[in-house]
Every structure is written in C-alpha cells, then in structure tokens.
Design a binder for this molecule. Structure first.
Ligand SMILES: [Zn+2]
Length: 107
C-alpha cells in the first residue's frame, strides 16, 4: 500500500513573476536593442548601455537617444548619437519601426 507522504506541493502551475511595470509596452524601441547594463548615471532608469540589434554598435545613452539613433534628431535639435547605419540603408524597415513607435505613442 502506497500512502503518499508528499505533503509539499511541487511548485505552482503558473509562475507569475512580479511585473516591473509595463513601461516596455510604451517603449517599442527596447525590442530593437539589447540592454546590457546601466550607465554610470545616478539617475536610475536614465542611462543604459545597449547594443543595437540592427547595426550591432554599442551605445551608452538614455531612451531618448535610442530614438535619435533610429530616426535622427528632431528638427532644430542636434543629433548627439550616431545614426543607425542599418536603418539608413533600409528605409522600409525604418518606416515599419517608425509606425510601430507612433502606434505605441498614441493613447
Ligand atoms: Zn543601430
């Protein structure tokens, strides 16, 4: 006769991890890069060390600069990050990414 002595349940079926906010949803560019670390900035959530998935160049910048990397600087603003060479070459890809970002921006 086997009478189970397994009193402890083995794990839970759905491991729900505490989500760290849903800021990724509003930052579609984070899907286009790989975050590999945080910058030396004291401002948490500010500077990130990231590698572009498209041109494979590593940068240390804020999310705003990421935007500039892909789409260029806004009119009247200085681009202080190198443009993505892959996006410059592939306008179709750039347009697709741009519409994705615009979609995420709209409420
Ligand atoms: Zn790039």
């Amino acid at each position: 006769m086997v009478f189970g002595t397994s009193s402890q349940s083995h794990g839970s079926p759905d491991e729900t991890q505490p989500a760290a906010g849903n800021e990724d949803a509003s930052r579609p560019l984070l899907e286009e890069v790989r975050i590999i670390g945080s910058g030396a900035s004291k401002n948490a959530g500010g500077t990130k060390v990231w590698v572009c998935n498209h041109c494979s160049i590593q940068f240390t910048s804020s999310y705003t600069r990421m935007h500039t990397h892909f789409f260029g600087a806004q009119t009247g603003k200085k681009a202080d990050i190198r443009r993505c060479s892959a996006m410059i070459k592939d306008r179709e890809k750039l347009q697709r990414l741009l519409s994705k970002v615009k979609e995420a921006d709209s409420p």
